[in-house]
Design a protein around this ligand. Structure first.
Ligand code: NAD
Length: 281
């Protein structure tokens, strides 16, 4: 294996330490930060994530409540909960957990989250503000990709970046954040013709398709930096990314799954809760 491993664990620990210090200051000032997670599913992976976020929040001294509306929840139930939490001065951050009950779109529901509490940048207003250069919370996963690149001093400016995936929560905001840092950005998706021909031009390749081992050695230029955002469950209960581990023979740097973007995402989400609490009137 030649590639440098872009572990997110130490970076995440540093971000959590900073968030915990900020949370303690806010608590001392009478404004203990609090995060609310709204779920409407009986999906096991989702339940695991919601629990693990709770233990990370507790360690950082951030209050945490889960509003489990169950898989039979209607869009109105979810929107009413989000609107109520948006109006609750004791709550500073609100997230909605995916998957949602059939046919519901996250962006539509997340419009009910006050943008000042939209710590995972899912309200379309947050994305619009981000794209137009106004202050807004970025989706934590997208921000985690940039943090990981910065931590390992991987230059972004002027580099050719290719993002595989165009969702509103990962692909599009990552592409935008890279563009904002003066990369030349292409976005690939399920209808892209000859994916490998595009991805092989990348200095920085971000894989966010949710497709196990989609990116193989033939997709990557020698020496490229590859950030694997994908999290794909395996039949034995494990998790693999979108990038074949053999890519490490070709790439200059590669983020692992698990242990790359994931822990940084959680840590940044907690930091954004403290920022929301600090900004609250
Ligand atoms: P999504 O399903 O909403 O979007 C996937 C995107 O990939 C789509 O735009 C689609 O066009 C594209 N795509 C799918 N198959 C493709 C193919 N064969 N070739 C090219 N493009 C293809 O998923 P998402 O919510 O954006 O998440 C993407 C991945 O990131 C998933 O594995 C998800 O679990 C993971 N994720 C990880 C974190 C984290 O913190 N590590 C957070 C959020 C999402």
């Amino acid at each position: 294996m030649n590639a440098v491993t872009l572990s997110g664990r130490e970076l995440a620990a540093d971000i959590r330490t900073g968030a915990a210090a900020r949370a303690a200051e806010l608590a001392a000032a009478g404004r203990p930060p609090r995060l609310a997670a709204v779920t409407a599913t009986d999906d096991e992976a989702s339940a695991w994530y919601v629990r693990s976020l709770g233990s990370s929040a507790a360690k950082a001294g951030i209050g945490y409540d889960v509003y489990d509306l169950g898989p039979a929840a209607t869009a109105e139930d979810i929107e009413a909960t989000l609107a109520r939490l948006s109006g609750d001065p004791a709550v500073h951050g609100i997230i909605v957990q995916s998957p949602l009950p059939g046919g519901m779109r996250l962006a539509g529901l997340a419009a009910a989250i006050d943008p000042a509490k939209d710590v995972d940048g899912t309200n379309p207003v947050s994305l619009g503000r981000l794209m137009t250069g106004l202050p807004a919370f970025a989706p934590a996963t997208a921000a985690a990709v940039i943090s990981l690149l910065d931590r390992y001093r991987i230059a972004i400016e002027g580099r050719r970046a290719v993002v595989v995936g165009r969702s509103a929560v990962v692909g599009k905001p990552v592409a935008h954040l890279l563009l904002d840092r003066d990369a030349t950005v292409s976005i690939c998706h399920s209808r892209t013709r000859d994916l490998a021909a595009v991805t092989a031009q990348a200095d920085i390749l971000v894989a966010a398709a949710g497709h196990a081992r989609l990116i193989g050695t033939g997709h990557v230029a020698r020496g490229a930096t590859v950030i694997d955002v994908g999290t794909n469950a395996t039949s034995d209960g494990g998790m693999v990314g979108d990038v074949d581990p053999e890519v490490a023979e070709i790439a200059g740097a590669l983020s692992p799954v698990p242990g790359g973007v994931g822990p940084v995402t959680t840590a940044l989400l907690l930091r954004q809760v403290t920022e929301a609490a600090a900004g609250a009137a």
